[in-house]
Ligand binder design. Structure first.
Ligand SMILES: C[S@@+](CC[C@H](N)C(=O)[O-])C[C@H]1O[C@@H](n2cnc3c(N)ncnc32)[C@H](O)[C@@H]1O
Length: 485
């Protein structure tokens, strides 16, 4: 009898259960990807010496979900960037695939070398974690080469120390009164009213309000002191028509709306398409309904067009070097900050000043305008006192003089011309930010420039090139001769 082998039942080999990543691991993975995107934008802009949005504004854009984690990761990685780059070079572990994703590699290397936890999920993470020993030995070699005992010695932390700045929040009085805001915030932090700007509150450094419901719903705006002083210096009256010449992201625009009690009209002019979107978001958040958005060049508005006959005040906060807020913007963490860029800076400053002078002269030329405020977050004389002094002959021929915004403020303009004592300066060390404000007021007001009795009509917000009153080219050229540039 043929023996048949009885068929053994198939062996069931149990596959080891694939462990699912925990929620914490997944959220760290997302934070690393979001941080890498921000870092990519920041480093590219820095390499091209192009002004991109600040690290903060990139992180706090709506698309970033884990804002706190992303912000910390970007800042920490930037702080260690030179060390990380050196370690990667010494360890020589990157292949061409990962060399193309440097920002992500930097972020992961930060986590592996200096972070609290070694990343456990993600392809790039696994690649680098497998090379952790090589990275650590690269770091050890670097310390020996640089003749230091610790990583801290490698870092120049001095610029970070001492930059302890209070947290300022501006109350959007269109939605909330100052006392109610104080009451609400006092539940979390010590709160004081700012002594200079009535709707500004001061809280201890590090007070974190980014996700606070009052911020999320536009009752409070996280706005620095210098920035909050500008609209307050202009003092527009309820019912006036006002132009915000260079307005995005719109913090000062909505401050104007709040000071004008939502009455009258604000024309918010912005050249940059992307920034127009930010401006619109800010306006929506503020609840202001008296702001018209004009996407275009402020210099293209024709001051003599009848559409502007009722414009009484102009806020001009043009693009500037931002040199007063570099620690705020965290620009001091960027690679270009440590390189010698003096020559580049002077060319850029000169270009900025040319536009600033043009724009200020243009603002002064609107016939019914009786107040113009000019501001920068720059510490440079070329963008501040020099711009103001260059327009003084024109200003005086049009009946303007320099006024003194916030007379109780001690720090005034550099004494480079008579009258500079009217100007207002904030010092990056003493006041924790560099800022500049000049206020022009018209002395020989004509009858039709008196404040209107009737509050202006409410306007819909519109965003298009709808203005028929752009400068006719010939007229612009004729006027050009009068401008001091
Ligand atoms: C310093 S930012 C303004 C910040 C804004 N005032 C705020 O407080 O939120 C300068 C803005 O002016 C815009 N800008 C530059 N040149 C302009 C022009 N010729 N016309 C209108 N806007 C311009 C820039 O795109 C930028 O958004």
């Amino acid at each position: 009898m043929a023996r048949h082998k009885s068929k053994a039942p198939p062996k069931v080999t149990r596959q080891p259960k694939k462990q699912q990543p925990s929620g914490a691991e997944r959220s760290s993975l997302y934070a690393r990807r979001e941080a890498a995107k921000v870092l990519h934008t920041v480093l590219r802009g820095d390499a091209e010496r192009r002004a991109v949005a600040s690290i903060k504004s990139l992180v706090f854009s709506p698309s970033v979900r884990n804002k706190r984690g992303t912000f910390a990761l970007v800042c920490e990685t930037l702080k260690y960037l030179n060390v990380i780059k050196d370690v990667l070079e010494i360890a020589n572990v990157l292949n061409s695939k990962w060399k193309r994703q440097e920002p992500l590699v930097y972020i992961i290397c930060y986590d592996i070398l200096f972070g609290k936890e070694t990343p456990s999920i993600g392809d790039a993470e696994k690649f680098l974690v497998r090379r952790k020993d090589a990275l650590l030995s690269g770091l050890a070699t670097l310390l020996v080469r640089k003749k230091v005992k610790s990583v801290e010695e490698l870092l120049d932390l001095s610029q970070l120390n001492g930059h302890i700045k209070p947290r300022y929040v501006r109350v959007n009085t269109l939605k909330l009164d100052v006392d109610s805001a104080v009451q609400e915030l006092e539940k979390l932090y010590k709160v004081e009213k700012d002594e200079t700007v009535p709707d500004l509150l001061v809280m201890p450094p590090g007070s974190d309000l980014h996700a606070h419901p009052l911020v999320m719903n536009g009752r409070l705006f996280l706005q620095g002191k210098g920035s909050s002083m500008v609209a307050a210096a202009l003092q527009p009256e309820a019912g006036w028509e006002v132009i915000d010449a260079c307005s995005a992201p719109g913090n000062k625009t909505v401050h104007l709306a709040s000071l004008m009690k939502g009455q009258g009209k604000i024309i918010a002019c912005e050249l940059n398409e992307e920034r127009v979107k930010r401006l619109e978001q800010t306006i929506k958040l503020s609840g202001a309904t008296n702001i018209e958005v004009f996407h275009g060049d402020f210099l293209s508005l024709n001051p003599t067009d009848p559409s502007f006959a009722k414009v009484r005040a102009i806020l001009l906060d043009p693009s500037c070097s931002g040199s007063g807020t570099i620690t705020d913007r965290l620009d001091h963490l960027l690679p270009s900050h440590s390189t010698d860029n003096t020559n580049y800076d002077s060319i850029r400053l000169h270009k900025l000043a040319v536009f600033q002078k043009k724009a200020l002269a243009h603002a002064l030329s609107f016939p019914q305008v009786e107040r113009v405020v000019y501001s920068t977050c720059s510490i440079h004389q070329i963008e501040n006192e020099d711009v103001v002094s260059s327009v003084l002959p024109l200003a005086s021929s049009l009946g303007f003089e320099l006024s003194t915004p916030f007379p109780q403020w001690q720090r005034r303009g550099l004494s480079v011309f008579t009258g500079s004592e009217h100007l207002l300066r904030m010092d990056p060390v003493e006041d924790k930010e560099g800022f500049f404000i000049a206020l022009f007021t018209k002395t020989n007001k004509t009858d039709n420039s008196k404040p209107s009795e009737i509050p202006g009509r409410e306007c819909r917000r519109r965003r298009k090139q709808f203005y028929p009153f752009l400068w006719p080219k010939v007229f612009f050229r004729a006027w050009n001769g009068r401008f001091p540039y």
